[in-house]
Design a protein around this ligand. Structure first.
Ligand code: SR1
Ligand code: MG
Length: 415
C-alpha cells in the first residue's frame, strides 16, 4: 500500500540499539565509540516506538531515538501507516528549530533507511499533560507557546515565504495518511455512530444528542473542509499537551509527524482546546472549590496570555515585514480575527474527539470513577459545542474564555 521499506530497515530493539548508536557518526560528540550504554523503551503515544539511550558512565549524555514502524502502535499491524512520517517529522523539526530553537528539540539526524530520528532527550522535563493533571502551573508557558506559534505559523505562510518556496514546501509536506487519520478521528467519526468511538456509556444521551444536531454537523463539516483545503502554513498537526515537554523554565514542542500545510487555527486551537480539556477535568479532579478556581484561573489566564503573545510576535515577525499597500491594517486585523474564529472552531473539534472518539486524553479518560469521568466529559463537550457554534461572535480572546467558563456539565441528567 505504501512505499516499500528499504532492505536495511529493521525495527530497533533494546538488544540492537547500542550497536545502532555506535554505527552513527553524528553521535560521536555524545557517546564514545563502544562505551557501555543503557536504554529503555518509553513510547507512550499512539504511533511509534521511542527509546531513550544514555551513557552508563554519565546519564546526562543521552539521546532519544524515535522509529516509525509500518503500522500504528495503538492498533497494531491491522492499521498500516507509512514510515515516511519520520521524514516529515525530521523536516518539520528542522524548520521549527531554525525559526524557534528555544522551543524545538535539537535533531541529531534522520536515518532514511531505518526511519529513525535522533533528538535531544528532554530528561529534565515532563509531558505537559501530566503536569496539568497534577495541577502544576507553568508560568512561562503562555509566552513560550505564543512565540512558537507565531514564528512557526507566520513564517511558513504566504505572508512570509516567496511564491515559489511556499508551493515547494506545500508539496514537500504532503502527508496524506496522517491527515486522513485526523479527518476520520477528529472530523468524521465523533459525529456518527461508529465502532471506533469510545465514549463513556454515561455520556450516551449527550453524545447521541450531539450526533443528531445537524446545525453542529454543518459547522464541523466547515471545519473539516478548512482542515482539508486551507494550506495556510506549516502546522505541527498534533499540538496537544502530550506533544509538549515542559518544566518551570523551558517549553519544548515535540512530535510534528502530523505536520502538513493546513490552517494555523488547527495548532492554536489544539493548544487552547487541550487547556480547556484540562479545565473540564478539574471539575472533578480538584474537589476543593478554591483550589479548583485558582488552577482554572491559571488555565484561562494562560489562554488569554498566549493569544496576546501570539498577536504581538506575529506583528513583529510577519506584519511589520509585509507591504502595507497590499496588506493594509484592515486586512491584517481581519486576518487575525479569522484566526481567532478558526482556533475556536478547530480547537472545539479537537476537544469533542477526545471525549467521543478512538483516542482519548488522560485528563478525562484517566479519571477513575465513571460518574466523575462523565461529569468532566460532559463539561468538555458543552464547552466545545459553545466554542464551535458561537465562534464568529468572538471579537477577542476574552470572549472565547467567557463563553467557555460559562459552561456547566449536563451530567448527571436532571430528568
Ligand atoms: C490512531 S492515532 C490517534 C491520535 O494519536 C495522535 O497523537 C493523533 O492525535 C491521532 O489523532
Ligand atoms: Mg504524537
Amino acid at each position: 500500500m505504501f512505499t516499500e521499506l528499504p532492505a536495511e530497515y529493521r525495527p530497533l530493539t533494546l538488544d540492537t540499539i547500542s550497536d545502532y548508536v555506535y554505527s552513527r557518526p553524528e553521535l560521536r560528540e555524545v557517546f564514545h565509540d563502544g562505551e557501555p550504554l543503557d536504554a529503555v523503551e518509553v513510547g507512550d503515544g499512539n504511533l511509534n516506538y521511542v527509546f531513550k539511550v544514555w551513557a552508563k558512565a554519565d546519564p546526562e549524555r543521552t539521546i532519544v531515538f524515535k522509529q516509525a514502524l509500518p503500522y500504528l502502535r495503538l492498533v497494531g499491524e491491522d492499521w498500516p501507516l507509512p514510515t515516511d512520517r519520520a521524514r516529515i517529522e525530521a523536516q518539520a523539526l528542522e524548520i521549527e528549530y531554525r525559526l524557534c530553537p528555544e522551543h524545538t528539540p535539537r535533531l541529531y539526524f534522520f536515518d532514511p533507511k531505518m526511519y529513525v530520528i535522533a533528538m535531544r532527550n528532554l530528561n529534565h522535563h515532563i509531558i505537559m499533560r501530566k503536569g496539568l493533571i497534577q495541577g502544576i502551573k507553568y508560568p512561562h508557558f503562555a509566552r513560550h507557546i505564543g512565540v512558537f506559534l507565531a514564528r512557526t505559523l507566520g513564517q511558513t505562510s504566504d505572508l512570509a515565504l516567496d511564491y515559489r518556496t511556499k508551493k515547494i514546501e506545500v508539496a514537500r509536506f504532503i502527508n496524506p495518511e496522517l491527515c486522513k487519520i485526523t479527518e476520520d478521528l477528529i472530523f468524521t467519526e465523533p459525529y456518527r455512530p461508529t465502532e471506533r468511538n469510545r465514549f463513556h456509556e454515561q455520556l450516551r444521551p449527550q453524545v447521541e444528542a450531539l450526533q443528531a444536531d445537524e446545525a453542529l454537523r454543518v459547522e464541523v463539516a466547515k471545519m473539516k473542509e478548512k482542515f482539508m483545503t486551507h494550506a495556510q502554513a506549516l502546522v505541527h498537526g498534533d499540538l496537544h499537551t502530550g506533544s509538549i515537554m515542559i518544566n518551570q523554565e523551558e517549553t519544548v514542542v515535540i512530535d510534528p509527524e502530523f505536520a502538513y500545510y493546513g490552517p494555523m487555527g488547527f495548532d492554536i486551537g489544539a493548544v487552547i482546546g487541550n487547556l480547556l480539556l484540562n479545565y473540564a477535568s478539574h471539575e472533578v479532579r480538584t474537589p476543593d472549590p478554591a483550589a479548583r478556581a485558582d488552577f482554572r484561573k491559571y488555565l484561562t489566564d494562560t489562554i488569554i496570555e498566549l493569544w496576546g503573545v501570539f498577536l504581538g510576535e506575529f506583528q513583529r515577525v510577519v506584519w511589520d515585514q509585509v507591504d502595507p499597500v497590499n496588506m493594509p491594517k484592515g486586512y491584517q486585523d481581519d486576518y487575525m480575527l479569522r484566526l481567532l474564529h478558526d482556533s475556536a472552531g478547530l480547537g472545539a473539534c479537537k476537544m469533542m474527539r477526545r471525549v467521543i472518539g478512538l483516542a482519548g486524553v488522560e485528563d478525562i479518560r484517566g479519571i477513575p470513577d465513571p460518574d466523575d469521568r462523565a461529569i468532566a466529559g460532559s463539561l468538555a463537550l458543552n464547552i466545545a459545542q459553545v466554542l464551535i457554534m458561537n465562534r464568529e461572535t468572538f471579537r477577542t480572546i476574552e470572549d472565547l474564555v467567557d463563553a467557555a467558563t460559562a459552561c456547566r456539565p449536563t451530567y448527571p441528567w436532571k430528568g
